[in-house]
Design a protein around this ligand. Structure first.
Ligand code: NDP
Length: 334
């Protein structure tokens, strides 16, 4: 059982020496529990947060433990009749070949018969797709004709948010890094406009947003924070809704510099609401069904960036921070 351990808390950007790949015997099923052979692991920006010993919605990953990750896999051996060997399951486990699991919490049996890959339960039908779905629809509350501004727009969550915004009749403006990603936003995901943030000051970026959203943004779906958020705040429509989903530009920053243009929230009587996908677990089936329907109708594209091999976990994870990933980053555990 190869396990990818966190052995030191990263200072700023993680480095390879913060982790160690070890080999241990395959565990036995505990009383009432079961062991999963993991096939795919989700690599998420949130894992960077779980490596820090700071107050959060979950305790930090203990040093010496494998890096916590959502995985899909097959029950390998079991002491629980609800989780029989051979069944596919989804759960919050870790970057390792085999995970010991107990029923309850987030662990569930999944039906992989109707998907092209079990990894879909980490992307379209997983936390990422459902974050886009519930974050936009429940917190952003898009109305036809409104302008939706999305940061991290070419990423897993952002690309789905923009497309769902189009389905709901919004004008969708995306912000992403580089000309290729901006082209992809328009040609592949159907955004109305795309803005490249690379090498741009807050003032320059704010001016580009103003060009594409002259009446201001009614909804801001925030994945990035920092300078990008500052530029967006200068372009709010009256009573704008800001969905605070993530702040990836600050995850590796030892000193967070935060949003400096918050006064615009007051000027525009805007609301800024934090959303956490864990709050929507009881509604996953409902959101997943609608996402699957939109995909089947050809209205929603969900891409995956599948990297292979547990031994490549570090390099794969860092793709999230260099922007190398094209679509939902998944590690195939072989
Ligand atoms: P993505 O697929 O969007 O990958 C991360 C992307 O972030 C990169 O491709 C890169 O795109 C961009 N990025 C990385 N570093 C920076 C930086 N310094 N400045 C600006 N952009 C940067 O990942 P996810 O879709 O999984 O996650 C997107 C966001 O959603 C994250 O903030 C994450 O924490 C959040 N999230 C929140 C959830 C919740 O429940 N609240 C649940 C799931 C995700 P580019 O090349 O354009 O820079």
């Amino acid at each position: 059982n190869r396990r990818f351990l966190l052995c030191r808390r990263p200072q700023g950007a993680p480095v390879p020496d913060d982790f160690r790949l070890v080999e241990e015997p395959v565990p036995a099923a505990p009383a009432g529990g079961f062991v999963i052979r993991n096939h795919f692991a989700s690599l998420d920006p949130a894992q960077r947060g779980w490596m820090d010993d700071v107050p959060s919605y979950m305790p930090p990953i203990p040093l010496g433990d494998p890096v916590r990750a959502t995985t899909v896999g097959v029950v390998h051996n079991s002491d629980n009749p609800d989780f029989a060997p051979g069944q596919w399951v989804l759960g919050l486990n870790a970057l390792e070949d085999y995970s010991v699991a107990m029923p309850g919490g987030f662990t569930s049996v999944i039906d992989v018969a109707h998907v092209d890959s079990p990894s879909r339960f980490l992307s379209a039908m997983g936390a990422v797709g459902l974050t886009a779905y519930f974050g936009l629809l429940e917190v952003g509350k898009p109305q036809p004709g409104e302008t939706l501004l999305v940061s991290g727009a070419a990423g897993a969550v952002g690309s789905m948010v923009g497309q769902i915004g189009k389905i709901k009749g919004c004008r969708v403006v995306g912000i992403a890094g580089g000309a290729d990603k901006c082209r992809r936003l328009i040609e592949h995901y159907g955004f109305d406009a795309a803005i490249d943030y690379h090498g741009r000051s807050v003032t320059e970026l704010a001016a580009s947003i103003a060009q594409e959203a002259p009446q201001g943004a009614d909804i801001v779906f925030e994945n990035v924070g920092g300078d990008v958020l500052d530029a967006e705040l200068m372009n709010l429509a009256m009573r704008a809704r800001i969905v605070l989903c993530g702040l990836i530009s600050e995850y590796n920053a030892p000193e967070k510099h935060g949003a400096r243009n918050l006064w615009q929230v007051l000027v525009k009587r805007a609301t800024m609401t934090g959303m956490l996908i864990a709050d929507y677990v009881p509604r996953f089936a409902e959101g997943g069904a609608e996402i699957a329907r939109w995909m089947a109708e050809g209205r929603l594209r969900v891409d995956e960036d599948v990297q292979v091999g547990l031994e490549n976990a570090y390099d794969a994870f860092m793709r999230l921070f260099s922007g190398a990933n094209t679509g939902k980053l998944v590690l195939k555990i072989v």
